[in-house]
Write a protein that binds this ligand. Structure first.
Ligand SMILES: Nc1ncnc2c1ncn2[C@@H]1O[C@H](COP(=O)(O)OP(=O)(O)O)[C@@H](O)[C@H]1O
Ligand SMILES: [Mg+2]
Length: 257
């Protein structure tokens, strides 16, 4: 059985995409088969998995428009254990199609039913909003990982996200399914800045054992890897950020057992 995890926070720049690609890569290092779904129009996760934007026609957004099937859009990557449902920039009319769809909250859920169990983990990189696409991601998920940047106003917007999670939990109950907060991930901690540690304490006080023990440090190698279009775990396997994502993958697997 696959475990489907959304990586969500409507705030931009908190490390969602970085977490999605590096967790995918690190889970594959643990011999897990992973499907990575890119739901952001910026298509950064797609690019960072080494998929050239010009190399495919249909994206996951065509699935949302019901104009493509799972196998039409699935792409294999350089890593035989990782497949991707890619995103594309400038896809028009997706929201309108979703709104008009009689099963609008379950489009992604339905799309995954057939093939998700070919994988151990399905990771969904969510866009920076709580719109229809994110709702679809949460409806299709067993759990949500919430990256929180260790900076001023880190808690900002989390209440809204938690309200959305609760809404989805209520909807999923009808099908006897659940959506858990799988874990809160502290990202981009700068060891030299005291306020970062204050944020860590604040988040731990609020979310308690939900907070992953692994904290992702701020590390320039991480953003450099993005530039080269690869996960940092591939670009610089011994770097601090790479080692922390490998540690996170072990924690994710342990929570699943
Ligand atoms: N641990 C880190 N150390 C340094 N830079 C990071 C780290 N994690 C992410 N970044 C950089 O921060 C920016 C935002 O990260 P990203 O994962 O794209 O956030 P989101 O998907 O939430 O918008 C990117 O430029 C990324 O390379
Ligand atoms: Mg992103």
């Amino acid at each position: 059985m696959a475990l489907v995890l959304s990586i969500a926070n409507q705030k931009g720049g908190v490390g969602k995409t970085t977490t999605a690609i590096n967790l995918a890569s690190s889970l594959a290092d643990l011999e897990k088969k992973v499907l990575l779904i890119d739901l952001d129009y910026q298509a950064n996760a797609t690019t960072c998995m080494g998929i050239n934007r010009g190399s495919f026609n249909k994206s996951v957004f065509d699935c949302f428009k019901r104009e493509a099937s799972f196998s039409d859009v699935r792409i294999k990557t350089a890593n035989p254990l990782i497949d991707v449902l890619p995103a594309k920039t400038m896809v028009e009319g997706v929201d309108e199609k979703i709104i008009a769809d009689s099963n609008r909250d379950f489009i992604l859920y339905e799309l995954l039913q057939e093939s998700k169990n070919e994988y151990d983990y399905v990771l969904i990189d969510c866009p920076p909003s709580l719109g229809y696409i994110t709702i679809n991601a949460l409806m299709a998920s067993d759990g949500v990982i919430v990256p929180v940047q260790c900076e001023f106003l880190a808690m900002d917007g989390l209440t809204q996200l938690l309200n959305t999670v609760r809404l989805v939990q209520t909807k999923k109950k009808v099908n006897r399914e659940n959506l858990t907060i799988y874990g809160v991930l502290l990202t981009m901690l700068d060891n030299r800045v005291n306020s970062g540690f204050q944020i860590v304490n604040e988040i731990k006080t609020y979310f308690k054992e939900k907070v992953f023990q692994t904290i992702i440090p701020r590390n320039i190698t991480c953003s450099n890897a993005t530039f080269y279009g690869v996960p940092v775990t591939v670009y610089s396997p011994k770097s601090k950020s790479s080692l922390s994502y490998k540690k996170l993958a072990k924690e994710v697997v342990t929570r699943d057992e």
